[in-house]
Every structure is written in C-alpha cells, then in structure tokens.
Design a protein around this ligand. Sequence first.
Ligand code: HEC
Length: 153
Amino acid sequence: MKKILTILLAAFIFIQFFPIDKTNPVTNDGMDFLKIKRTPEPIAKIIQNSCYDCHSNETKYPFYSNIQPFAWLLKNHIDEGRKELNFSTFATYEPKRQAHKLDEATEYVEQKKMPLESYLLGHPDAKLSDEQRKELIQYFRKIQKEIETSNAL
Ligand code: HEC
C-alpha cells in the first residue's frame, strides 16, 4: 500500500513538470462577436462569464490551471471549445457558418449541455439561471435571424 502511494505521489510530482501553455492568441476587437453585434451589456456579461473561457481568445485561467492533470483537461476543453466556436474570431466565419453556430449555441444552452458540467465545479458563478438561459436563447436566435435575413440564407 505504502509503495503504491509513493509511486502515485512521485507520478503526481513528475507530471507537474509539464505545465500547459497559457498564452492567449492575440485578439482583434473588430472580429469579436460581442463587439461587432454590439451585444447589450447584461447579455454580454453572461456570455463572457459562462462561455468565454473556452470559446474565445480571452481565457481567464483559474488556479487549477497550475496543477496537472486538471490543467491538461482544461487545456483540452479550451482547444476543443475554440475549434468548435471561437467568439473572438466570429467575424471571420462565413455567414452560413455564423448562423449555424448560433443555432447550435441555442440548442446547447437549451439542453443545458453548455457550460460544461465539469467546468461548473470550479466556476459555480458561470452556471446559468433559467432566466439567463432564456435571455441567451432569445438573443442567439435574434442574431441568427438577422444574419439569415441579411444574407438571404
Ligand atoms: C469548459 C469549457 C467550455 C465552456 C465554459 C463552454 N463550452 Fe461550449 N464547448 C466546449 C467544448 C470542449 C466543446 C466541444 C465538445 C462538445 O461539443 O461537447 C464545446 C462545444 C460547443 C458548441 C458546439 C459547436 C458545434 O458546432 O458543434 C457550442 C454551440 C457551444 N459549445 C456553446 C457554448 C456556449 C453558448 C457556452 C456558454 C453558455 C459554452 N459553450 C461554454 C467547452 C466549453
């Protein structure tokens, strides 16, 4: 038993030598979803607070981002999240993709798939209330419709 614990502890210490890269990509306000859509402040706050750590280039790294293996999991979510939907580069998406991503966002928020459950453990304030969920859904739908209408999609 003692031997196993020693090995585990050694492994834990060893993996601490492999920290994650926490440099955020450079942001350009002209490409940012909240900026180009002039999102009303209260809604922008919700999105920043609940989605931006994984779906933007403005990630705020929590304390556990210094501790492996938690940091690796976080990093993985950030990489995956940005790949799927990056609000910081939203303007670079084709209109069709923009509309599609907003449709997905509505669906994920509706089904409570986002923010990720594991993330909420460390960020209880990112949890959406029913009211916030409703506001987000309405807002995403509204912008989606605007994009579809103005691009004849
Ligand atoms: C802890 C990181 C994290 C947070 C916070 C988070 N997401 Fe995600 N999101 C992910 C990951 C990882 C994926 C890709 C895997 C998946 O689809 O489950 C994803 C996928 C998505 C997708 C799917 C995109 C597609 O085209 O398939 C949407 C839409 C989305 N997230 C919206 C949101 C919204 C809206 C919020 C805030 C309310 C949010 N996410 C918060 C990590 C996160």
